[in-house]
Design a protein around this ligand. Sequence first.
Ligand SMILES: [Zn+2]
Length: 461
Amino acid sequence: MGENGCVVADPFKGECYRHTSTLKVCDLSPENTECLMALFPYTKPRSLQEHSITIGTGDRLGLATPGHIRAIQKFQVRPVLAQQSVRENTQTGRTFAQVIQDAAWAVFQENYQGGYGADGDHLKSLQEVKNALDAGVSMVTLDLSEKLNLEAFQDPGEVIDRKFKEEIDEEDAKVLFHLFLNKEFPFKIPHGGFSIQLDEESLKRNVLLFHKAIDFTEEVYKFILSRSGGQAPIDFEISIDETPFPTSPENHLFFIIELNYRGIHIDSLAPRFIGEFQKGVDYRGNLSEFREQFYQHAIIAQDFGNYKISIHSGSDKFSVFPDIGEMAQKGLHLKTAGTSWLEAMRLIALMNPSLYREMHQFALSIFKEASKLYHVTVDLDRIPKIETVQDQELPSLLEQEDSRQLLHITYGYLLNAKDENGKNLFKDRLFHNLTQYEEDYWSLLEKHIEKHINALGLNPL
Ligand SMILES: [Zn+2]
């Protein structure tokens, strides 16, 4: 709104109305989003390399970001507000560009000028990296799970020797032996320390586990550098969290020394930690074992390039947050996503009990199929029968681990469910409620994300 001449001349596309001054009503279209970013540069995603603590708050529905901002702006932490994986976009029918647009307008609405990131999460091919960069991400998370040779730590010794000979070039092998054999890598920490040594067999196993993944990382790294041309830096994360076995400190050390040797710089690494980081529920495993290994990962990251340790499936891990926050003060990235979807379901349970009941029943009916896509341990028998639950008790189902996971892994099915006429079964009503009660949704999110940051022990501003 403004003086007629200015409003008509500005680059936003929309329809003008004249009263005492001129009003232009504009769509949140891709073109107008570009105008917004040009006019208010803080609405454009950017690198968060200089910030040691960052939190990824994936917003699957494109409605949650104001709640995320309201929590995060109270602390010395920066958000990656636009964060979706290819898998999530497939389930929700969105693109990286739409994800960034939704975040940009929310940033504008909240007048959040602290800077935020956009993460193309779990990218598995050069083409996916290209698509994400084209859309304007400021962060690439390269998922190496399909490039790792998972047999390398299972095959017997003689098979390892043979494969090493077959797969590894003789000159490369010499370099690897020189870098690692008969070397001790000591790490000093306040109360003692630890050291890592690789004997010939474990060196060969690590080489076979990682060598294709490292070649691929190099290819993608060079591509990103050639694309950014030294202009806006892209934050580069490597994820090896979706593997069937934990990443040992030895694996981590081998991998990072190899990357350093090839001149590849990363900004964060997501190992798979010991124990289980299942979606939307607390940590499962031995706490003291976790503490010990996590500390070693954090120290290796500090000593070999000062990159962040990235925690995937990081929501709701309240029993390990205090340790994580304390040990990774020099570099931490925590990713959450599905937990904000669960807050949407909590809002529905509070505001529209009958819709919640329908969605809950549907989730139960497709649970078996959905559980093939995720690693979760859900016991449906532990979920109270929905017919016996009073309306005012429905939100308590969002406190129960089995029903949390049930709703967590079925989000794609719930969003895509159609009736016999091809109309959305739930999606339209869900979005209608989330918009109608947006302030309530945002305050649920604010409270929930704030609880995470407090548990990490991060400093308020
Ligand atoms: Zn992950």
